[in-house]
Design a binder for this molecule. Structure first.
Ligand SMILES: [Fe+2]
Ligand SMILES: [Fe+2]
Length: 181
C-alpha cells in the first residue's frame, strides 16, 4: 500500500486512484525505487517525499485545470539526486546541496526517462526562490515550488507532533497511576 502523507488513498492501486495510471511506469522503475534508500526530511525517505509532492501536485494541478500528468510525474522525479545529502561529501568548490540537487536530479531524470520541457522546468526550478536565478516559466512550476515546501514542512512537523502527543499520553498515564495510589 502506498499513501501520500495525510491521505488514505492507496496510490499503488489503479482501481482506487486515477493518479496511479499517470505514474505507474515510474513506480516500477528501479531508479525511482532507489530513492527508498535515502532519508530526506526527518524519518521520511526521498521516495516518500517525492510521492507526497507528486500526489499533491497532481491534486492541485487538477483543481486548477493545469497539467496534472506533469504535476504527478515531475513531482515523483523532482528529487532524484540519488545520494544521502546528510552524509554526502561535496567535492571542493561545489555549492551546498540546496543549490545543486535540482540540477543533479534533472540530469539523472534525463538519463533514465523521457521528460517534457514543462516537467524539466518543474524539476530544475523546484528550489525557487533559494535558487533565485532559476525563475519558474510555467504555472505548474509555481505549484511544485509551493507543494514541495508544504510537504517538507508536514514531513518535519507531523512526526514531531506525534512524538510530543505520545509523550503527553505517557505523562497522562503516569499521573493516572500516581493519583490511583
Ligand atoms: Fe528538492
Ligand atoms: Fe523536494
Amino acid at each position: 500500500m502506498l499513501n501520500a502523507i495525510g491521505s488514505k488513498v492507496d496510490l499503488s492501486d489503479g482501481e482506487a486512484s486515477d493518479y496511479h495510471y499517470l505514474v505507474a511506469d515510474l513506480l516500477e522503475s528501479k531508479t525511482v525505487l532507489q530513492m527508498r534508500e535515502y532519508t530526506h526530511h526527518g524519518d521520511t525517505t526521498c521516495f516518500q517525499h517525492c510521492l507526497n509532492v507528486s500526489y499533491y501536485n497532481y491534486k492541485v494541478c487538477r483543481f486548477f485545470s493545469l497539467n496534472e500528468r506533469a504535476g504527478a510525474r515531475a513531482g515523483l522525479l523532482h528529487d532524484l539526486f540519488l545520494y544521502d545529502w546528510h552524509t554526502y561529501k561535496r567535492p571542493k568548490g561545489e555549492r551546498l546541496h540546496g543549490f545543486t540537487h535540482a540540477k543533479a536530479a534533472l540530469r539523472n531524470v534525463r538519463e533514465n526517462f523521457y521528460v517534457s520541457d514543462l516537467e524539466s522546468d518543474m524539476i530544475e526550478k523546484h528550489m525557487f526562490p533559494l535558487n533565485i536565478t532559476a525563475l519558474p516559466k510555467y504555472r505548474e512550476t509555481l505549484v511544485i515550488v509551493l507543494v514541495d515546501k508544504y510537504c517538507g514542512l508536514l514531513e518535519t512537523v507531523i512526526p514531531r507532533l506525534k512524538k510530543l502527543s505520545s509523550l503527553f499520553v505517557k505523562i497522562g498515564a503516569g499521573f493516572g497511576k500516581a493519583s490511583a495510589k
